[in-house]
Design a protein around this ligand. Structure first.
Ligand SMILES: NC(=O)c1ccc[n+]([C@@H]2O[C@H](COP(=O)([O-])OP(=O)(O)OC[C@H]3O[C@@H](n4cnc5c(N)ncnc54)[C@H](O)[C@@H]3O)[C@@H](O)[C@H]2O)c1
Length: 319
């Protein structure tokens, strides 16, 4: 039996790539994309698309009734930087959107649910290097504590109602197909566009701000690998740490310079995102994901940089 997959928040940085990959694997008509914003050409034309707001439970329920999804991916959220500008809205969307999906998943007997968490669940008192799965967690952004609360609810729905929900704490994600949605790690996407267009980039994070990051190809592969893993192998029902590659703006700029020798980076002072970045881990221990579902990273800094620049150059030529 083919899966019927509903992706809520399909038109953002992750959804754009995840929907394409899920459709490649499962067939276009079996993956229903859904968002409140206009989809891009591929998302609209390669399979069903529905406008729906995750906060409007009755409208969302109509989608569950219409498609009877066997799997649901919930990607709609306000991210870290935007969340600090609109804290109540971030809490409302990140929590009530999750409740609506969890409750409908139970009502409609959805087989598996995917909901992403983030390294933002860690805070200033969490260990900064090789941050373990279990440690002090004192996030100080609305985004961070909405994700931490969400993780606790996911585990609760698994234990209490038997809902098969799976989750990854993504590091900052870097991809070329869609723009990032207002997070603290967005610099690591913008830098590539501006390196190619202008040869310069002003980073809103300081030169030595190390953060865990991951190339989107790896993140999409991890997500689908976790969703395909046998349930009995999974020992974590809150959210799995995922490490990726750890680097600073300075190191990334040096890597870009290997391809664009004249590229210059400068640094702005007093950006609010610096304080958020300073409260997050610098690197992550993802040994539990390796052990439970065989996670292995493919793209290192050099491989990611090469692929990003090549793909962005190809788009420019084809435009
Ligand atoms: N991108 C990253 O680096 C990153 C890192 C860690 C975790 N995450 C998590 O992954 C998920 C997806 O992130 P993303 O980067 O694709 O975000 P994004 O902001 O790029 O995309 C989110 C999508 O949700 C849609 N949306 C917003 N409100 C909605 C609503 N009420 N109903 C339906 N759709 C709505 C938006 O229109 C947008 O298309 C989020 O939960 C985010 O917290 C992302």
């Amino acid at each position: 039996m083919p899966e019927t997959i509903l992706v809520i928040g399909s038109n953002g940085q992750i959804g754009t790539e995840l929907v394409a990959e899920l459709r490649r694997i499962n067939g276009g008509s079996n993956v229903i994309a859904c968002d409140i914003k206009e989809p891009d050409y591929d998302t609209l034309n390669a399979g069903p698309f529905e406008f729906s707001d995750v906060l409007k439970k009755e409208n969302l329920k109509a989608l569950f009734q219409k498609y009877r999804p066997t799997q649901v991916y919930l990607l709609a959220a306000l991210l870290s930087a935007v969340g600090e500008q609109k804290p109540k809205m971030a809490w409302d969307l990140n929590m009530n959107g999750l409740f609506n999906v969890l409750d409908l998943a139970i009502e409609f007997q959805v087989k598996k649910v995917y909901w992403p968490s983030s390294i933002a669940v860690f805070g200033p008192h969490s260990p900064q290097f090789n941050t373990p799965q279990y440690c002090v967690m004192d996030p100080n952004t609305v985004y961070g504590f909405s994700k931490l609360a969400g993780e606790r609810w996911c585990e609760y729905y698994f234990n209490k109602y038997g809902l098969d929900i799976r989750s990854i704490r993504y590091p900052g994600l870097i991809g070329w197909k869609a723009a990032p949605g207002g997070g603290t790690t967005d610099y690591a996407v913008h830098i590539f566009h501006e390196a190619l267009q202008k040869g310069t980039y002003e980073s809103f994070l300081s030169a030595d701000t190390a953060l865990p990051m991951m190339y989107m190809n790896d993140a999409i592969r991890a997500t689908i690998q976790l969703m395909d893993a046998p349930a009995e192998q999974l020992t974590i029902r809150s959210s799995y740490n995922l490490g990726g590659i750890s680097f600073t703006p300075d190191t990334l700029a040096a890597e870009i310079r290997k391809h664009i020798p004249d590229f210059k980076i400068s640094y702005s002072d007093h950006d609010l995102r610096q304080a958020i970045a300073d409260s997050w881990p610098k690197s992550i221990d993802d040994s539990q994901a390796q052990k439970d579902w065989g996670w292995e990273i493919e793209y290192d800094l050099a491989g990611m940089t090469r692929d990003m620049l090549q793909n962005l150059k190809d788009i420019k030529i084809s435009n």
